[in-house]
Design a protein around this ligand. Structure first.
Ligand code: G3I
Length: 315
């Protein structure tokens, strides 16, 4: 253990890289400050299909993510790519496709182009995001048109485009037993078919009401039992109104103690946003989670260290 670690990534360097996700519109205010706590980086929205190829499969808009990736690389951070194939926000040129062979070709061409564009600057990709719905069944028009073949194609093509990067399936609520069971069924099928999946991204959008450490631990165990690596890819803990700061700190502490315990299978932990002055949860799109501000991160609105930070940092 290092004696004088100043930043999160230093403290966690014996365990796993620590990252954060942020968007173009917010990154500047963390540079030189909170940014220095992290040695891994994720673009919040700039690598999504709706940003890279909003209007046509052949007119790529790589500039927003290129800028961020170049910045992250210049700071010595590794970059997680998020995400190649996600039904949510898929542009109409692909979301509207109703022919299986055409859809698989569009997916294959897109994945190849994007993976090759970043090459080894991106060390891991969330190849497919959120393929299983809240009813624990496959969802999206992609599945309706192509079945599980759309997932298999995405992974196989990504591996062919760059054999040196780690390929992840990424989803939320994987601590919940029923959804996890469905995802494990899917992963087993992919493995049976020889599809190159290297790991599972457990998003880790947790809360003070029903997140249980034992559920998270079971998930880590069950995914690693499949021979897969595990990353926590979008960690935050909702604390609406900032009324549960003490419990939030405890939960963060318990989560990171658990992650350290499983450092042999956990190959990265990424926080979804940097500080409480900006969180995706405070936007207009997600009113069903709670009212008011969510205060979900390790740093307060002025970028000061919260009690949660110390629970994660002091061990
Ligand atoms: O760019 C427009 C801007 O011009 C406009 O003024 C503003 C008004 O609301 O909207 C802006 O776009 C928003 C974009 O975030 C950038 O802020 C979109 O409406 C909004 O839908 C989009 O939300 C993102 C969401 O994914 C959907 O892509 C969140 O920032 C992002 O944090 C969230 O991240 C997802 C992960 O990718 C997958 N797992 C769940 C996680 C949280 O939902």
């Amino acid at each position: 253990m290092q004696l004088r670690a100043e930043f999160l990534w230093e403290k966690y360097s014996p365990y796993f890289p620590i990252g954060y996700a942020i968007g173009t519109e917010n990154i500047d205010r963390y540079k030189g400050g909170i940014d220095r706590h992290f040695n891994s980086f994720t673009c919040e929205n700039e690598m999504k299909m709706y940003t890279i190829a909003p209007h046509s499969p052949t007119q790529d808009n790589f500039a927003p993510s290129d800028n961020m990736v170049d910045y992250a690389v210049s700071q010595g951070k590794r970059v997680r790519g998020h995400t190649l194939i996600w039904y949510n926000g898929a542009p109409s040129w692909i979301a509207g496709c109703r022919d299986k062979q055409t859809l698989l070709r569009l997916i294959g061409d897109y994945v190849t182009r994007v993976v090759k564009h970043y090459g080894n600057k991106v060390y891991s990709w969330d190849v497919v995001n959120e393929a299983i719905g809240d009813d624990n069944r496959y969802r999206s028009a992609f599945y309706d048109v192509a079945g599980i073949d759309y997932i298999e194609t995405a992974f196989c093509v990504a591996r062919a485009a760059n054999p040196h990067i780690r390929l992840f399936y990424n989803d939320y609520n994987l601590d919940k037993p029923q959804k996890r069971a469905k995802v494990i069924e899917m992963l087993r099928e992919l493995q049976r078919d020889g599809v190159p999946v290297d790991g599972v991204g457990m998003q880790g959008h947790y809360n003070l009401k029903d997140t249980r450490i034992s559920d998270v631990e079971n998930a880590i165990r069950e995914f690693s039992a499949l021979g897969l690596e595990v990353q926590i890819t979008e960690l935050d803990v909702k604390n609406y109104g900032n009324t549960g700061a003490r419990r939030q700190a405890e939960l963060y502490g318990e989560l990171f103690a658990l992650f350290r315990k499983y450092a042999d299978v956990i190959t990265g932990v990424t926080l979804w946003n940097a500080a409480d002055d900006y969180s995706w949860l405070d936007g207009d799109d997600f009113p069903h989670y709670g009212t008011g501000k969510a205060y979900p991160t390790l740093f307060d609105e002025n970028h000061g260290r919260k009690e949660a930070f110390y629970k994660v940092f002091d061990f």
